[in-house]
Design a protein around this ligand. Sequence first.
Ligand code: NAD
Ligand code: UDP
Length: 312
Amino acid sequence: MARSIVRNLVTGGAGFLGSHLVDYLMQSGDEVICLDNYFTGTKKNIYKWINHPRFELIRHDVTEPIRLEADRIWHLACPASPVHYQFNPIKTAKTSFLGTYNMLGLARRLNARILLASTSEVYGDPEVHPQSEEYRGSVNPIGIRSCYDEGKRIAETLCFDYQRMHNTQIRVMRIFNTYGPRMLPNDGRVVSNFIVQALQGKSLTLYGDGSQTRSFCYVDDLIEGMVRFMNSDFTGPINIGNPDEFTILKLAELVRCAINPSLTIEMKKLPADDPLRRQPVINLAKQKLNWEPCISLETGLIKTIDYFKNVL
Ligand code: NAD
Ligand code: UDP
């Protein structure tokens, strides 16, 4: 018997992760409503689907309520780069709280399943390493990252309260640092910064001494994990990320070697509250979703560098 077409609402669908998700859903034959206010997203990312009969594009800000019909809500709308979420921190907090509140209200009315793109930032500057889902985190509630970290924490809280009070079908996904094609050249996150700087022959801006760590997941792996999670019976929270941990200095060296080994590294001040270490435990994703990432940082960097070579 033919599978019935699913109506997907993707908030933040014109952004980096959202547009890759839109591609995946369109290619699987489903309907997609892409909703975005274009703060950090761009129409270019989803241009190829405009005029497609299964695709609709809505310019809308998730801090305002909206009425439409969907079976599944993928709630990604929120700036993710520290540079962008700190540009207007009050707006970021509103987007996290009111945006998630509005989308949960919509999910409740429609009896739709809703996936929240939460973040490893809910663990803050972690005292426990690596981070599993049971760890409750160490977040500074009044720092420059709080609008985002605490915003996502209250967004998670709202999801679980909607589940407890209204039986809303929630999926809470904690995404660890993800990179790949369609990050903006001025995104401000480390992978795109280093690649763009190296391609332009500039020194790489290393914040602090570069001993802080992150674990980088290539976007295709991430989207596969996201789709498996939405299709599963598991509510979460669940970590989705690549457990291979690198210092930021090592990342700078990898990018420099791949593009131009003669480039220099310029040390800059470490921003306040910058987490020292970050690495996901992904046992839950392996067990519940039979998922683990398969693209190494070296391979993913080459794909991302190729993308930026075309863009710049
Ligand atoms: P992004 O900035 O590229 O995409 C965010 C999208 O949301 C953009 O298209 C932006 O215009 C849109 N948006 C922002 N505020 C909005 C609002 N008020 N109303 C409507 N649209 C709005 O970021 P991304 O990397 O694609 O991240 C997507 C989601 O995944 C975010 O929720 C982010 O917190 C989460 N996440 C991403 C990462 C990562 O490493 N990429 C890590 C953890 C969590
Ligand atoms: N970083 C850096 N140079 C840059 C941008 C970022 O050294 O040009 C560092 C940053 O201080 C942090 C790490 O790289 O320690 C990851 O930063 P990003 O903004 O990508 O993500 P997040 O801190 O939110 O994990």
